[in-house]
Design a protein around this ligand. Sequence first.
Ligand code: HEC
Length: 147
Amino acid sequence: MSIIPMVVFLSVTFVISIGAFLWGMKVFSPVEIKRAALPEEHPDPLRSALEKTANGLSNVELVGKQYYEAYCMVCHGERGAGDGFNAFNLNPRPADLAAVKKKGDEHLFNVISNGSASVGGTPLCPPWGKTLGEEHTRSLVAYLHTL
Ligand code: HEC
């Protein structure tokens, strides 16, 4: 091999190895990789339960909404005004929950658990305590406040 191709060959090899070395050392790299923010390892369960979800309700309220729609809406109506599709069958009519809410959470909790007869009303609003249990009844009370 004559001297000129030899010099060219060595310089090319030298440049390539320097490049590879710098690449390996991450001196330059084509894409900047950003680490995504990781969720906290142990999120506070109370905070995540009360944090608002995309539709504006907290997780607790969302649970209550499911129960409300399944068990209460037929009589109390979508917004709790006492105008559900079964309301016209009932005498007295289902309560307007906006008014009842003013009596406080414990009143709501007791009426829902033990039925309207337990507070001197008619038996038309059934007791839900055994169906829902304490935790879900509390979720329902939380949801009633969003109506
Ligand atoms: C079958 C129809 C019906 C269903 C289902 C029903 N209710 Fe009622 N609710 C009524 C009627 C009727 C009244 C009024 C009773 C009265 O005044 O004697 C009432 C009253 C109430 C009251 C007010 C009680 C008071 O006097 O303070 C609350 C609170 C209430 N309902 C919540 C609920 C919730 C929550 C659910 C679902 C878990 C539910 N109701 C399901 C018919 C219903």
